[in-house]
Design a protein around this ligand. Structure first.
Ligand code: ATP
Ligand code: MG
Length: 392
């Protein structure tokens, strides 16, 4: 009885080129995420992948890791056995006994044959195996809503045996839809926004703005921690780009009209992110903004922010309620870190009454006035040049 893991593909478009790319990307991601398991083999087929050459004790930990990999609809810990009914009878009982018997009172057999020349039909196999389970265990049959689904697949060369399928994360393999630069704050929203983008197959490159010494190293640690928590979903990537925004922040604080400072700061964020993304050939930006959530997230504000971006800005949370985002953050494990109390540069520089309906001409006016004091366009370029990559 050889243990294997069966990986079933998630949402797949039918085009064959897409299918091949999807499978290739998924396999690459799985190899990265399982790189510590040196001896295993990953084999792909048209409709599934299999992990073989694995120790039985590793099945559970590997499946746990794989439940965070996008592009997988479901997983099974399975056994490959010889095409022999006598063996099947004993192995089925072993499989049943391995299950959490507290929760399982009823069962149903699902027998399929891809080898139509096999000496017994699916019905015949069911009629032989079901009574053994009934007789040797306390389980009873329930054909409509069984607790335990016992699957027997008769293949050309062997038989696969597995119990209930485990849900995968769904979505597309990260990287199969391209890459985006996500503006990652230390807050609740942007990590959730990242997760949603990853689920659609986008690899996320994080860009965080820090304003030392106003923001503390602990705030940076918090952002790093978020990146680490999200890494299993992001094809293992722990890359984080840090932009030192202090000089620009200081200049912005000279702007007389205080209520516009946060809006102008965001325009600077987006200018920087846009240049950075273009330099790296990343075709889009992303944020964790949601409409109406704070003063800076009105349509008028989104408009003046978009105005300085040549690339599209993906806002994967735009219509989400805060409570739903919080629940989501709890589910994916980022919430506890996000609420740690370290000031972010936005929270430090928020004016008393930030403008909620900023005008484009006013933004441009104020920026022109600032240009009399300093060549901030050059400063934007210098700031982009100073972006550093942190890798954990
Ligand atoms: P979050 O919980 O993601 O911090 P928020 O509700 O606090 O969101 P804002 O502070 O208004 O919202 O920020 C809106 C978006 O701007 C964030 O979701 C994030 O994408 C980006 N952002 C804000 N501050 C930073 C920062 N210091 N570095 C990078 N991106 C930032
Ligand atoms: Mg924030």
């Amino acid at each position: 009885m050889i243990p294997i893991i069966i990986i079933r593909y998630g949402e797949l478009t039918t085009k064959s080129k897409n299918r091949i790319d999807f499978i290739k990307q998924l396999k690459t991601n799985i190899k990265i995420i399982l790189q510590d398991f040196k001896d295993i083999k990953i084999v792909h087929f048209h409709d599934r992948m299999e992990i073989t050459d694995l120790d039985l004790a590793l099945t559970s930990p590997i499946i746990n890791i794989l439940t965070k990999v996008f592009g997988i609809s479901s997983l099974s810990a399975a056994f490959r056995i010889e095409k022999d009914i006598a063996q099947l009878k004993t192995k089925v009982l072993e499989l049943v006994n391995q299950q959490d018997r507290e929760n399982f009172k009823t069962f149903k057999l699902f027998v399929t044959r891809s080898d139509k020349t096999f000496k017994m039909s699916s019905d015949e196999i069911t009629r032989v195996i079901a009574p053994i389970i009934l007789y040797k265990t306390s389980l009873t049959v329930d054909v409509t809503n069984p607790d335990l689904k016992i699957n027997i697949k008769i293949n050309q060369n062997d038989i696969y045996l597995f119990a209930n399928k485990i849900n995968g994360a769904g979505g597309f393999p990260v990287g199969s839809s391209g890459k985006v630069v996500l503006l990652l704050s230390g807050g609740i929203d942007s990590p959730v926004a990242a997760y949603k983008l990853m689920k659609r197959g986008l690899q996320v490159q994080y860009l965080h703005f820090a304003t030392p010494p106003f923001t503390l190293p602990a705030a940076l640690k918090k952002v790093q921690k978020l990146v680490e928590i999200l890494a299993p979903y992001n094809a293992g990537s722990k890359e984080l780009y840090i932009c030192n925004f202090t000089n620009l922040q200081n200049e912005i604080s000279h702007i007389q009209k205080e209520s516009y400072r946060i809006t102008l700061m965001r325009r600077m964020f987006v200018r920087i992110a846009n240049i950075f993304a273009e330099q790296h050939n990343f075709p889009a930006l992303a944020t964790g903004e949601a409409i109406g959530q704070v003063a800076s997230q009105t349509l008028a504000s989104i408009n003046v922010i978009n105005n300085v971006a040549a690339l599209p800005i993906l806002r994967s949370l735009i219509t989400e309620d805060k409570v739903d985002i919080i629940n989501f953050a709890k589910k994916i494990g980022t919430y506890e870190t996000s609420i740690l109390p370290f000031a972010d540069c936005c929270s430090l520089f928020v004016p008393k009454n930030p403008v909620t309906q900023p005008k484009l001409y006013e933004c441009e006016n104020l920026e022109n006035q600032l240009k009399q004091l300093i060549d901030w366009e050059q400063l934007v370029f210098d700031t982009v040049e100073s972006i550093e990559k942190l890798e954990m």
